[in-house]
Design a binder for this molecule. Structure first.
Ligand code: FE
Length: 172
């Protein structure tokens, strides 16, 4: 009996270790290991006046990014994008999300279960419209991106609900 139990335990341990190694969120915080070295650094902050943002952003993007608006659901051009690549901030180019974490939430907005790196975004409490939500902003330029909710899929259980016009997609 002992000869059978020991290999079984070893096999179980090996399988568990393999499962941990293939976790989609590695210790460096980048779920896809995309090379982000050529992208803007979060520490190189961008600060512009409303007039300057208005001059460079399309009106619908300005309304979301700089005035915390929300686009109509099922209208955004990136909602049904299934190509592989990186979603960057439409205002400053900061890489925010990977296609590897995009999922079909059915909400009408592009949804992700993790940012491409934790420090690429900022989260803060939003009490507007009589709701308590968690707002998600670009950590580099402070633009509003959307909100994060705790009803997402595994492995994080989070749903980053983003506005399409706040993102620009770069195919990889
Ligand atoms: Fe930005």
């Amino acid at each position: 009996m002992r000869h059978f139990v020991t290999p079984a335990i070893l096999l179980l341990c090996t399988l568990t270790a393999c499962a941990q190694q293939s976790s989609p969120i590695p210790t460096d915080g980048n779920p896809t290991h995309y090379d982000l070295s050529t992208y803007p650094k979060v520490r190189d902050k961008i600060s512009k006046t409303n007039a300057e943002w208005r001059a460079i952003l399309p009106p619908e993007a300005y309304d979301v990014l700089r005035a915390a608006g929300t686009e109509e659901p099922f209208t955004g051009p990136l909602l049904n994008n299934h190509e592989q690549g990186i979603y960057v901030c439409a205002a400053c180019g900061n890489p925010l999300f990977s296609s590897a974490t995009k999922f079909e939430s059915g909400t009408g907005w592009p949804s992700f279960w993790a940012p491409i790196e934790p420090d690429r975004i900022i989260q803060r409490t939003d009490n507007t419209f009589g709701m308590e939500r968690t707002e998600v902003l670009c950590a580099r330029c402070g633009s509003h991106l959307g909100h994060v909710f705790d009803d997402g899929p595994k492995p994080t259980g989070l749903r980053y609900c983003m506005n399409s016009v706040a993102l620009r997609f770069e195919r990889k």
